[in-house]
Structures are given as C-alpha cells and as structure tokens.
Design a protein around this ligand. Structure first.
Ligand code: SAH
Ligand code: SF4
Length: 368
C-alpha cells in the first residue's frame, strides 16, 4: 500500500511498534485492513501503560492481536527490548540498565534522580565511531545505529519503572527529562534520533517538551546546521573539552574532520536561528584542561554566545590513563568563567560512579 510506514525486517521485532509515530501506527493497521481507530488504544498500551508484551494488551480486538502476533513472533511477543542487567549505585540515586536489543547488541540506559526530578539518559547507537580517547564507548568502537523504537524504548522503560513505583510510594513518578548522552553520537544517527524525539514529544505519549530533552553532540557540524534549520523540540549540548584546535584534536579525533572554528561558527548560527542557549560540556582531566588558563581560553571562545558550561569530572576508564582531578580545580574553573566572563557553569556530580555510570562503561566492563 502506498504510504505504508516502515515496519523494517532489519529491526528486531521487540522495538518495531515503538518505532512508529501515532499516524504511522494507524496507517500500519489500515494496511492490514484493520480499523485505524484501534491505533489509539495500541498507542496507549505502548506509550502510556508502557506494557512489555502483546499478551498484556487484553482490550485490543482479537483480530488486531493475532495480526500483531503474526508480525512480532507470537501471542505473547515482547514489545520492548529486554533488560539484561540492572545495577543500583550505592547512594541510591542512579540506576543503570543494560538492554539487549534482540540481535545480541547491548546498550545502556541510566535513570538519575536529582532534586526529586527523574532524568533518563538514553543511548543513540551501540558503540560509537568517534573515538574520543577518554570515553568507554569510543574505546569499544562502532556497533550499529539504534532504530527510533530502540531509543524510545529506553525512555518508556524508565517511565514504566516510575509508574510501578507510584503504586508503592508517593513521590515523583513522571519522567521529566531525557538526555541523549548515553552510548553513541546522536547526530551520527540523525534520522532515527529525530524520529524518536518526535515520538517522545507526542502529547498523548510521554509528552516531553523542548525544555525536557537535551541532545549532546561531539560536534558533528552538518548535524548542528540541520538542527538550526529544522529546530526539533530538543536542546543542544556540545562536547568541547578543549579550546584550541590542536588540544581538541588530541582528545576528540573527529575534530580533524570538523575543526573548532567551523564548529563554533555552526554553534553561533544555531543560537542565532533558534534563540537558544547551548550547553558546552567540558570533561575535566587533571593537568590537561582543568587549569585557570584553560578556563580563560573557554571564556574567550564563548564570549558573546548564549552559553552555559557543564563541567564533568573524568570518569576513569580502562583505556585512558587520565584522572578527574581535584574538586578545588573545578571550583576555580567555575570562578574564572563567572568572574571574568559572566558565563554560568555547573559541575556534574559524580553520582553512580561505583556502578560505572559513565558513558559506555558498564557495557565495556561486561564485554571485556
Ligand atoms: N556522543 C555524544 C553524547 C554521548 S557522551 C557526545 O560526545 O557529546 C556524553 C558526554 O559524556 C560527552 O560530553 C562526553 O564527552 C562525556 N564523557 C564520555 N566519557 C566520559 C568519561 N569517561 N568521563 C567524563 N565524561 C565523559
Ligand atoms: Fe562517541 Fe560521545 Fe564517546 Fe566521543 S564521547 S566516543 S562522541 S559517545
């Protein structure tokens, strides 16, 4: 049928339904000669009740269920990737999930609680091709792109846990924020990530607004320019780590492809077009980029731009010898940015470090 949405054979069955937008879900049912009005209930099961299997969709007509069973592999087929392993940090604020995608690929999702707010940190790829020297995901190399449904499924998983917790105790039980800061480079998987953003934004689903989603990029210039044109409902964070081309290229090899001056021109254009501030991420590595002179170099680079700097103390990884450095160095870095350049900054708390909550670290530990 013309216009039938993709229901890709290449995608593991468990996430195929989550890969469809609401109109696509209706069109898919129609292509099976099923009344598209049933899409509303199916959507609700997937994005509101967050069910994990077809068997739980008891209110759907038998005809719809049997067609879905035939497509997805049985009456009780999974409609969400399985959690292979879960770890809880000793402070109780961070839970990390290793998700199995159905073809053996493992990715990570992290649930973080800060000041009563729940944030899901989702992966956009299995592995990463960008090769940043200090990053566990970069050290493992590229596996494959995630499908939109595999990205959506991670947020839905966190929402499901919150819903279950709501039954047991009062507190914050709605997923408030999603950050694309897990494994992978989101702008290297642009189509699937933007489709996932659209699905998560749907008001009858998780209904996450632009203020609630942040995408972090290593600095894929064509992707930033596309974001400036298309303006999807997501905020932008750019991983900077160094304020000169030579220093940055040592840490972030793709800086050779997309040099710092081109990156900053793209960021300027993005902020002009969207009117949005960019978060600039800076992984603090002792003796390398944590001195007051480094802070001054960042200040000069970002002068005049709507910016906030997020400092991230290095999480030690097996493949990189650097250390995170002292808390005092981070404070001094912040003071220079604030006092000399009026640039706001935060230091990311190293919560969950005992469960290897840094990007890609749990998957790396299990695969080694
Ligand atoms: N690929 C994207 C998003 C995923 S990484 C990007 O690079 O921006 C999310 C953030 O974690 C990035 O700022 C990245 O530089 C940082 N990061 C990766 N490994 C880290 C480590 N071992 N310690 C501290 N920060 C790390
Ligand atoms: Fe990829 Fe981001 Fe890790 Fe760099 S820091 S290797 S871009 S996931």
């Amino acid at each position: 049928m013309a216009g039938t949405p993709p229901f890709s054979e290449a995608e593991p069955p468990a996430s195929r339904l989550l890969s469809l937008t609401r109109p696509e879900l209706a069109a898919r049912l129609e292509s099976w000669s099923i009344n598209p009005a049933h899409a509303a209930l199916l959507w609700r099961y997937l994005h509101w009740d967050c069910v994990t299997s077809l068997g739980a969709m008891t209110a759907l007509p038998a005809k719809v269920r049997s067609r879905l069973a035939a497509e997805l592999g049985g009456a009780d087929a999974s409609v969400a990737p399985a959690v292979a392993r879960e770890t809880l940090s000793s402070d109780g604020f961070t839970r990390k999930f290793l998700m199995e995608m159905g073809d053996g690929r493992m990715i990570e999702t992290v649930l973080m609680r800060f000041a009563g707010r729940v944030t899901a940190c989702v992966s956009s790829q299995a592995g990463c091709a960008m090769g940043c020297v200090f990053c566990a995901t970069g050290q493992m190399g590229f596996g494959r792109n995630l499908h939109a449904g595999e990205i959506v499924a991670q947020a839905v998983h966190v929402q499901r846990l919150l819903r279950e917790a709501a039954a047991a105790a009062p507190g914050q039980h709605r997923l408030r924020n999603v950050v694309f800061m897990g494994m992978g480079e989101p702008l290297h998987n642009y189509e699937a990530v933007m489709k996932a953003v659209g699905i998560l934004h749907d008001p009858s689903g998780l209904a996450l607004g632009a203020e609630r989603m942040t995408l972090s990029t290593v600095g894929v210039v064509p992707g930033i320019l596309r974001l400036a044109e298309e303006r999807p409902p997501v905020h932008l964070a750019v991983s900077l780590h160094a304020a000169t081309q030579a220093e940055r290229a040592d840490l972030v090899p793709v800086a050779k492809k997309w040099p710092l001056d081109e990156l900053m021109a793209a960021c300027r254009l993005y902020s002009e077009r969207t009117g949005r501030r960019i978060f600039y991420e800076w992984t603090l590595i002792e003796g390398r980029n944590d001195s007051p002179s480094s802070a001054r170099a960042v200040g000069r680079l970002l002068r005049g731009l709507p910016a906030q700097v997020n400092l991230i103390p290095l999480n030690p990884t097996a493949g990189y010898a650097g250390t995170p450095g002292r808390t005092e160095a981070a404070r001094q870095f912040q003071r220079v940015l604030a006092d000399e350049f009026a640039i706001p900054s935060t230091v990311r708390q190293r919560r969950g470090i005992d469960i290897a909550a840094g990007c890609g670290q749990l998957a790396a530990a299990l695969q080694s």
